[in-house]
Ligand binder design. Sequence first.
Ligand SMILES: *[C@@H]1O[C@H](CO)[C@@H](O)[C@H](O)[C@H]1NC(C)=O
Ligand SMILES: *[C@@H]1O[C@H](CO)[C@@H](O)[C@H](O)[C@H]1NC(C)=O
Ligand SMILES: *[C@@H]1O[C@H](CO)[C@@H](O)[C@H](O)[C@H]1NC(C)=O
Ligand SMILES: *[C@@H]1O[C@H](CO)[C@@H](O)[C@H](O)[C@H]1NC(C)=O
Ligand SMILES: *[C@@H]1O[C@H](CO)[C@@H](O)[C@H](O)[C@H]1NC(C)=O
Length: 650
Amino acid sequence: MALFSIPGFVFLFVSFLLLGWRVDSEPTQDKQALLSFISQIPHENRLQWNSSVSVCNWVGVECDSNQSYVYSLRLPGVGLVGQIPANTIGRLTQLRVLSLRSNRLSGGIPSDFSNLKLLRSLYLQNNRFSGDFPVTVTRMTRLSRLELSLNNFTGKIPFSVNDLTHLTGLFLQDNGFSGNLPSINPVGLVDFNVSNNNLNGSIPKTLEKFPKSSFVGNINLCGGPLSPCSPFFPSPAPSPSSNFPTNLVRKSSKKLSTAAIIAISVGSAIIIFLLLLFLLLCLRKRHRRQPANPPKPADRSVVAETGTSSSKDDITGGSVELERNKLVFFNGGVYSFDLEDLLRASAEVLGKGSSGTSYKAVLEEGTTVVVKRLKDVSVTKKEFEMQMEVLGKIKHENVVPLRAFYYSKDEKLLVYDFMAAGSLSALLHGSRGSGRTPLDWDNRMKIALSAGRGLAHLHVSGKVVHGNIKSSNILLRPDHDACLSDFGLNPIFGASTQPNRVAGYRAPEVVETRKVTFKSDVYSFGVLLLELLTGKAPNQASLGEEGIDLPRWVQSVVREEWTAEVFDVELMRYHNIEEEMVQLLQIAMACVSTVPDQRPAIQEVVRMMEDMNRGDTDDGIRQSSDDPSKGSDGHTPSRESRTPPAAVTP
Ligand SMILES: *[C@@H]1O[C@H](CO)[C@@H](O)[C@H](O)[C@H]1NC(C)=O
Ligand SMILES: *[C@@H]1O[C@H](CO)[C@@H](O)[C@H](O)[C@H]1NC(C)=O
Ligand SMILES: *[C@@H]1O[C@H](CO)[C@@H](O)[C@H](O)[C@H]1NC(C)=O
Ligand SMILES: *[C@@H]1O[C@H](CO)[C@@H](O)[C@H](O)[C@H]1NC(C)=O
Ligand SMILES: *[C@@H]1O[C@H](CO)[C@@H](O)[C@H](O)[C@H]1NC(C)=O
């Protein structure tokens, strides 16, 4: 009789509940706050927030992913007028981003903004706010970007700005701030601007690293990038209200008494003398700091000790005058050091290549980066910057990110992430036979595949030719995922100054054309696969070692049907991998074809490797026959999805 079985009824009921919940899912308290904001503030009729629609769908409002709070509120240029009403926006306690820029808001910032404890970006520029620096914002301790420019704020900039320890950008320009600049010093501050205010006094040391254009338009500001402060007067242009010196000059301009003239001349002479003395002292000090023979980055065996500052190996050899503050960062926020920090870092030579020397630099704050000092760059600054722009955009888990670059006449530097696990070359060829754990087959396969994916990303998404694939440019993460480094640098060396790339990896046509292409990358990648399979390093003419032309050697051996002979003896202890090794060998041989057009595209190579008939992965089956504790864990490498740390700026 029953129309519904009980489970069916329960199912319907539950789905009804779920549906209802989904429709109603919106942060109602945040909605109330926004409704009371919009009803109280005069605005041009550009915002039509419909209260019967979810707040998360309103113009300018963004909720978090499960719609439980308002995440950001962006209302730029919508014609808001007057004071921000209290007890409205201040109730959005989960807010991360607030933009009210380019309106006609006036008055102060409501004190209940101090409830916005999670706010990361506050954009209030280009309004008519006035009054003292809003101290409520210094309680938003997560704030990373504070924009108050183009308003009518006055009074002093408070020292409590330093409470904002996460600050990366502070924009106070085009206001009426006055008094001295406090010593503002959040570690991550990279953007700073106080130009066009009424500030006076000297620029504190902590802010000297910012360019002149961060300070201009304050007639009484001195020091740092601006003209030096006179050591005798606190301000270079004393105000009329100040005492003795001005009064003297004032009177004298009417009618100079002889006594005044003498006083002035003697005074000036003393001042000039003292200034000269001061200059001389400065010069000597500087001279002493620069060693006569700048320490040359020595060969790879030299490792600068860290710790004592006297033994630091100076990255630039100490001999060049570096332009200030021209370190250009990509995807800001990851690192927060400047050029001077970099130059102060203790450095250790990692390797010398044909395009320059790489250093491991440990900054005072503890960050470790790799700095590559390029030599023989032959393009203009503009071309250099354009190529860096392209390379800086490349993001892939199998490509070492380029973080920053520096270009001056004498010095070109690139900054990369440091990969502690070292290079494939070191792992494969370093101290062979001396008791090290050999690189097992699964890990070799993992390296081949991840390096291939990185290269495919460069080619397909980045449209960038790597140009220098070799095992020492394949860096490894601790789990043996490969990361390509040193990519895309060929365009900055003109055709005539192309560095001598390691011969063993160079495609035959490149010797003639001196031009690297996608196809020549595939050739080099093929050599890399052969290196993984054979355990033999290709011909390294630069090291003067006796090497072999790996592709030709493999071809000759395989032709005589000794295929098994080509494989690395270290692989011989793993069972049941011959078939896979032969498959990879065939892929590698296709890549090292002498005719460029016969080489597959890298995407194709990756697909072939992915499709390889990977053998039995039961535990133990691929274990080393003589030492089960070493080598493979028997699992096919599973690809974890590795998401890079989320960007802080939403
Ligand atoms: C508000 O949204 C409801 C439901 O979508 C719609 O019926 C109504 O016309 C909207 N009101 C205005 C003023 O747009
Ligand atoms: C929102 O989702 C996150 C995970 O995605 C979860 O931790 C959190 O509890 C959820 N919040 C609500 C209110 O559902
Ligand atoms: C700033 O204040 C001054 C005087 O108090 C006023 O003349 C000027 O219009 C104000 N500027 C803005 C953008 O409101
Ligand atoms: C700087 O300006 C403030 C007020 O604007 C004034 O009181 C102070 O004397 C000035 N300092 C100097 C060194 O001129
Ligand atoms: C600072 O602001 C002024 C005025 O808006 C601008 O001209 C200048 O380029 C800015 N400087 C920096 C370093 O952003």
